[in-house]
Design a binder for this molecule. Structure first.
Ligand code: GTP
Ligand code: MG
Length: 311
């Protein structure tokens, strides 16, 4: 399946709510208050958030005041323009094009179950397919079976992996992974960390320590600290992101589980608030279901392209 089809398929559920509102506009002779309310509700339901929804609806109202002939196609154009402006700068550079140092270190952090380990495997797969050598650091020494989970991915992808005993110091595992990565000439060190609630001070401190220990090996490490957010929880990810960023210094986001959720708009709310680049989005459980975030593809998937002349 091509990248665009994946985007479109992934966002199907979110897009269908918005599509319904656009269809209702299309089905009427003119844009009326009911249609505008339906549209507003669809934007809220998709979790674009209050500010973005208001901006979208106000822009549509304004355009309608100036042009009473405004129909679904025009509304789509306005929605895209407004969202594109908000998302300006949201596209993170593909990790494949970043290679300033060897090894480069990428840490994946986030709350429990957000998709860190799976994202780690998907990124390793992507890097490997592009000829970059990867070593994995199983730094989730906290949850029983976490190391096994990463090892399974490592075996499947035929990758080297460094791990520690259950309960071992995760910073020490990170340190060892860096050392192994450096001595064996790997391009990239991917560090999987334990899920932690942003409100748990002690666990957040552990991350700070992990980062500090890596910096002892290389003052620029970790080069990337990405927060993995479960997109299906909508704007709940916002508060997590704020705290992780404050404590740990996040350089970018991965937003997972955008397939099968009607909350695809949360991505806009999250970027609007945090202005942290979104590097990848997760659109499924398979290895190739991680896609670089692309604003145009996202907009094409979530805002229907209507053709009023056809109706
Ligand atoms: N549908 C879908 N499922 C995903 C996606 N990313 C991860 N998952 C699933 O989410 C579940 C949790 O993923 P993990 O990668 O184990 O999450 P984690 O953040 O490592 O979890 P902890 O280590 O327990 O904090 C798994 O069943 C994954 O297959 C995605 O983009 N889409
Ligand atoms: Mg995990």
């Amino acid at each position: 399946m091509g990248i665009f089809s994946k985007f479109k398929k992934g966002f199907q559920k979110g897009a269908s709510v918005i599509q319904g509102a656009f269809d209702s506009i299309s089905g009427k002779a003119k844009l009326d208050e009911d249609s505008l309310l339906d549209l507003e509700e669809a934007f809220y339901a998709s979790d674009f958030g209050v500010d973005t929804t208001e901006e979208l609806i106000n822009s549509v109202r304004q355009a309608h005041r100036e042009n009473k002939e405004l129909r679904a196609e025009g509304v789509g154009v306005i929605a895209r323009t407004v969202l594109k402006e908000i998302l300006n700068g949201a596209e993170g550079e593909d990790i494949l094009t970043q290679s300033n140092e060897k090894p480069e270190v990428l840490c994946l952090v986030g709350v429990n179950g957000s998709g860190k380990t799976t994202t780690c495997a998907k990124l390793a797969y992507r890097l490997k397919n592009h000829g970059r050598s990867v070593i994995l650091g199983a730094c989730d020494t906290f949850r029983a079976a976490a190391t096994e989970q990463l090892k399974e991915w490592g075996n499947r992808l035929d990758l080297e992996i460094v791990s520690g005993q259950h309960g071992a110091d995760s910073a020490a595992v990170a340190y060892d992974t860096y050392s192994a990565g450096q001595s064996r000439g790997h391009d990239m060190v991917l560090i999987d960390t334990a899920g932690r609630l942003h409100v748990k001070e002690g666990l957040m401190e552990e991350l700070v320590k992990l980062s500090r220990v890596l910096a002892k090996r290389n003052k620029n490490a970790p080069h990337h600290s990405w927060l993995v957010i479960d997109g299906s929880t909508g704007t709940n990810g916002l508060e997590q992101a704020r705290v992780f960023n404050e404590k740990f210094g996040i350089t970018g986001l991965v937003i997972t589980k955008l397939d099968g959720t009607a909350k695809g708009g949360a991505l806009v709310a999250i970027y609007r608030e945090l202005k942290l680049p979104i590097f990848y989005i997760g659109l499924g459980e398979s290895l190739d279901d991680l896609q670089p975030f692309n604003i145009n593809q996202y907009l094409d998937s979530i805002i229907p392209k209507m053709d009023d002349s056809a109706s």
